[in-house]
Design a binder for this molecule. Structure first.
Ligand SMILES: *Cc1c(COP(=O)(O)O)cnc(C)c1O
Ligand code: SF4
Length: 351
């Protein structure tokens, strides 16, 4: 067993264990955990400073998860967009491969919380063969995103088998890997892992960091090792009520990410997922946060704010309502709130 596997096996999975570490009554959490399992690494738990702080809210089960809501088990329609097990094909040229169903820490707001079978430790499904063949037969697919669960919960060998197989598909131009492990189980990012990963370039990694409290010397070191392996790092943040729905917090997070050589990629509006309603914010608040970033900090610290439309209609980027048109003049609002006239270029008209 590798060191990180031992650390993972010491994670907290039971409300009684939790009550040994936090001033919390385990009783009301039992039905929540029966429906949506609990797992928190000791490392991630150690980041909690007080009740209901941003780390607490992301990982500690809450009876609100069982409130009846009109939200969906599968808001993005991933089931219908899945032609073979574990593969989601929504956009023509890129697919998501759900290679793992496990995570070191189960986020209470997880988009796939109703879909992932959390019992196993890593593999999402038994055989990837059908998924490989699906990609092989479709030359239009040029980008594969490894997701889950967390792909980095696979062993180095398990992950390398997937990468090897994908690398052999001539029309694939790149591989992406989405992971939250640098902030939930930083010990997993070993030199050995990175030596392996760097043989599969162009490989991009998107981390999932939601709050400056998640950035510690350990997670910084993990990200540094990845960046040193020449892996371009991006980050996806989910906009979460009571966690990061605040312009100052979000600005601090984006700026800190850049110091870790991570380029903020997306801020996601919460998906309409059953059991996560208490994390939802208004789009208006998201737009306020975007307005507080654009122009007020480095452009590199300004990601796109995206809504993943229900029923698998795709992601759209939303912008503050900054444009008005009068004839051929655009009136644009800058970061100071000034309205500036801008003469538009001519549109090509087809004859
Ligand atoms: C988000 C997503 C992608 C990738 O979208 P990008 O905007 O290219 O990052 C691809 N497939 C599915 C199903 C997705 O949800
Ligand atoms: S790490 Fe990602 S997949 Fe895993 S529980 Fe959190 S949001 Fe869900």
């Amino acid at each position: 067993m590798e060191r990180w596997q031992r650390i993972l096996s010491e994670s907290i999975t039971d409300p009684d264990q939790l009550a040994c570490h936090l001033p919390i009554d385990p009783e009301p959490l039992r039905p929540v955990v029966a429906r949506y399992p609990l797992r928190i690494t000791r490392y991630y738990l150690s980041l909690i400073r007080e009740r209901d702080d941003p780390v607490w809210r992301q990982c500690i089960p809450d009876p609100l998860e069982l409130e009846p809501d009109a939200l969906s088990l599968d808001p993005l329609n991933e089931k219908r967009l899945s032609p073979v097990p574990g593969l989601i094909h929504r956009y023509p040229d890129r697919v998501v491969l759900m290679v793992s169903s496990a995570c070191p820490t189960f986020c209470r707001f997880c988009t796939r919380k109703n879909r992932l079978d959390r019992k196993g430790n890593a593999r999402f499904f038994d055989s990837m063969e059908a998924a490989y063949e699906y990609i092989e037969r479709r030359p239009v697919i040029r980008d594969v995103i490894l997701s889950g669960g967390d792909p980095l919960l696979l062993t180095d060998d398990g992950l390398e088998n997937i990468l090897l197989r994908l690398q052999a598909i001539p029309h694939l131009e790149m591989i992406r890997l989405n992971t939250r492990i640098p902030v939930t189980l930083p010990e997993r990012i070993t030199q050995q892992l990175c030596l392996m990963l760097k043989r599969y370039h162009p490989l991009y990694i998107n981390t999932h960091i939601n709050h400056p409290m998640e950035i510690t010397p350990s997670s910084m070191e993990a990200c540094a090792v990845l960046a040193d392996a020449g892996i371009p790092l991006g980050n996806q943040t989910v906009l979460l009520k009571g966690v990061n729905d605040d312009p100052e917090v979000m600005k601090q997070l984006m700026q800190k990410l850049l110091t870790l050589r991570i380029r903020p990629y997306y801020i996601h509006q919460m998906d309409l997922v059953k059991g996560t309603g208490h994390f939802r914010t208004s789009v208006q608040q998201g737009l306020r946060i975007m307005a507080a970033l654009r122009g007020h900090t480095s452009g590199l610290a300004t990601p796109s704010y995206v809504i993943d439309l229900p029923k698998g209609k795709g992601k759209v980027a939303v912008l503050p309502d900054e444009v008005k048109r009068q004839g051929e003049t655009l009136f644009l609002r800058n970061y100071m709130g000034e309205i500036i006239a801008y003469p538009d270029g001519k549109e090509e008209t087809e004859g």
